[in-house]
Design a protein around this ligand. Sequence first.
Ligand SMILES: [Zn+2]
Length: 150
Amino acid sequence: MDIVADASFFIHQANFAAFDKIYTVAKVINEIKDKMSKIRMSGLNIIIKKPSWQYLKHINKTSKELGENLSQTDKEVLALALELKKPIATDDFGIQNVAKKLGIKIVPIRFEIKKTRKIVYICPNCKKTYKTNGYCPDCGIKLRKIHYYD
Ligand SMILES: [Zn+2]
């Protein structure tokens, strides 16, 4: 199986036998510092690619819609999966969430989310919801983050 992987894959995946080509972005490789992971990676068929900007733009839009605050690395990994039409191997719920929304197949390492979630911010007083964190403009009360499932 060919996959696109994030850092959690290289760190936590126990068995690599099922994987042929492992695509990732340069930023993921730079994030991996521990020696064990580096040794394990040396035996893998890793292909480093840069996603096209159109796909990155698409990921930016979708993660914003879902309220997922992803790192640039996470977004590039997702964009690459979208562009190559390959499943994504990750333990990160934020990445999985955006992947699910876009119909990208997920190969969980240890954990998998069941449904797409939307992150919204709610005022504990008036119960109005907002897309961004901060204070309720009506009540002046600090908003609370909630996960919302369709
Ligand atoms: Zn309020």
